[in-house]
Design a binder for this molecule. Structure first.
Ligand SMILES: [Fe+2]
Length: 179
């Protein structure tokens, strides 16, 4: 993996664990934090390769992890760009895959941002290069807005608080995330 993708993945992991921890503590969820950590750290496992091959790195990352004997992590990675429709609309269920998917949408390269900024960046980078991609990105954006509303209706922080918590260093480093 390229070093910047490693750093991106570490920040996605911290954001995902922060939100998942709050859902577990404050909203009675039983999210598997170990699965979230593994899925978030590995979500872009084939991304470096995909820059050359143009493969769909969510699909190939999932296939790689499944072939290595990690089917649960594979599912999280497979759905990190777009959740399966059943997962996206399941209320009030929020899966480990949904948490990693959402956290990835909040980290632009190595910076925590709002989902609008992240999607604008994606649109700039990819729109026009692939047919129908713009419509697809818009659809995923709307799904992510719904997911964000669902998540933050259950905990006492707002989407903007995540940025501040990262800036303030409130999000623990992986080694001491309290598990
Ligand atoms: Fe990715």
């Amino acid at each position: 993996m390229l070093p910047n993708i490693v750093r991106h993945s570490e920040l996605v992991t911290r954001v995902a664990l922060l939100i998942a921890g709050k859902l577990n503590r404050d909203a009675g969820f039983h999210l598997d934090l170990t699965l979230i950590e593994a899925g978030a750290l590995l979500h872009d496992i084939t991304k470096t390769m995909s820059i050359q091959t143009r493969e769909n790195h969510a699909r190939t990352g999932g296939e790689l992890l499944a072939s290595l004997g990690y089917p649960a992590v594979a599912e999280v990675v497979r759905q990190h760009i777009r959740l399966d429709p059943a997962q996206a609309s399941a209320v009030p269920v929020i899966s480990e895959a949904a948490l990693v998917n959402y956290a990835d949408k909040r980290v632009k390269h190595e910076e925590v941002v709002g989902i609008e900024e992240r999607f604008c960046d994606v649109l700039k980078r990819y729109a026009g290069k692939f047919a129908d991609l713009e419509d697809h990105i818009q659809e995923v954006f709307i799904e992510t807005q719904h997911l964000e509303e669902k998540i933050f209706s259950l905990i006492d922080i707002s989407p903007e608080d995540i940025n501040e918590m990262v800036e303030a260093g409130t999000i623990p480093r992986l080694a001491d995330n309290g598990r």
